[in-house]
Design a protein. Structure first.
Length: 334
């Protein structure tokens, strides 16, 4: 028998969904069977769709061996010797905004399961006492947005379940302005508002953008606005520094959309850009450098973020490229 006390981060979930997270090796069918025969909430039988409240006590009438076999070790950060590669831009009791460096995955994948941004942030939160895994039975801090490995910039993490739910809603409902700093090939002098559709080519993983024309099938609408900041030349090539605003948020949207109009990102060879070895440019010059929170409810735990804008400086390679190409410290207005 095991008793589970429901704390703040675990409240607000349906009973069946809580148990799916708490016993991840159990099938959905076995979860339903447990609820009918082996589970009580506050000493009483409960329905599958019961919503849990803080202070509730779930009792599992299962053997210790059975519970152990259906559980797996909760992620508690695995960055280990990797250390902390991110910079903290803002932190409060509910959220942490970090500047992710180029070359670091936001989440792990089948190739890299330990050294990624999410693990590093979790390690930091455990070290500072902001997150205690044994208290949060089913919640783990997670990013509300993600960036490609070789795109640097702002990533927002929820430090508790309520903040995570609110952030998910904010990003889903586009209650946040997201702007990127990019260096692209060619000169751009006027603001561009580009609309169209995009489709992924499964064999190559390349996203194809179609301007003002829907592809034959599976096309997703995209909307990008490009604001020119400066133009410059380097080694006989022309470049523009631009601010890019995403009106939709598709994978590789900026890279594919700018490539489709003949202005591929500098260094983005996958989408037609060129590398510049003497400036150590081998990947896309793209930084998610600005986030502004807009419509947040007064009764939200994140209400203090309403109207606030946060910025992240470009990485060293992009900063060097900006200074060499545009002859000044453009990012800092010099």
């Amino acid at each position: 028998m095991l008793s589970i006390d429901i704390k703040t981060d675990d409240a607000g979930q349906r009973l069946d969904r809580f148990l799916r997270k708490y016993l991840p090796e159990a099938s959905l069918g076995s979860i339903y069977k447990m609820i009918r025969k082996d589970v009580k909430v506050n000493g009483k039988r409960a329905k599958i769709d019961l919503f849990l409240n803080e202070g509730d006590v779930i009792t599992l009438y299962l053997s210790d061996d059975r519970i152990k076999s259906l559980s797996k070790k909760k992620l508690q950060g695995n960055a280990g010797k990797a250390g902390r590669e991110f910079l903290i831009v803002h932190e409060d009791e509910n959220v942490i905004l970090v500047n992710k460096p180029k070359g670091l995955l936001t989440h792990g994948d089948f190739r890299e399961k330990k050294k990624h941004l999410t693990n590093q942030v979790i390690d930091y939160l455990i070290e500072t006492g902001s997150y205690v895994p044994r208290v949060s039975k089913t919640f783990t801090p997670a990013p509300a947005n993600r960036l490609d490995r070789n795109t640097s910039g702002l990533v927002v993490f929820g430090k508790n379940a309520e903040a995570m739910r609110t952030l998910t809603e904010i990003f889903r409902n586009r209650q946040i302005d997201k702007k990127y700093l990019a260096i692209c090939h060619g000169f751009l002098y006027e603001e561009l508002e580009i609309k169209g559709y995009m489709r992924k080519t499964e064999s190559s993983g390349i996203i194809k953008a179609y301007i003002d024309k829907k592809p034959d099938s599976d096309g997703k609408p995209i909307h990008t606005v490009v604001y020119p900041i400066a133009t410059g030349e380097y080694d006989g090539e022309r470049y523009s520094l631009v601010e890019v605003e995403l009106k939709t948020g598709r994978t590789h949207q900026i890279r594919a959309h700018l490539s489709s109009i003949g202005h591929s990102l500098l260094g983005d060879e996958k989408y037609g850009g060129k590398a510049v070895p003497d400036l150590k440019i081998r990947n896309q010059m793209l930084c998610a450098y600005k986030l502004k929170f807009k419509d947040i409810r007064d009764d939200s735990s994140l209400a203090d973020l309403r109207g606030r804008e946060f910025k992240a400086a470009p990485d060293k390679v992009m900063d060097r490229a900006m200074k060499k190409i545009f002859k000044g410290d453009i990012f800092n207005g010099k």
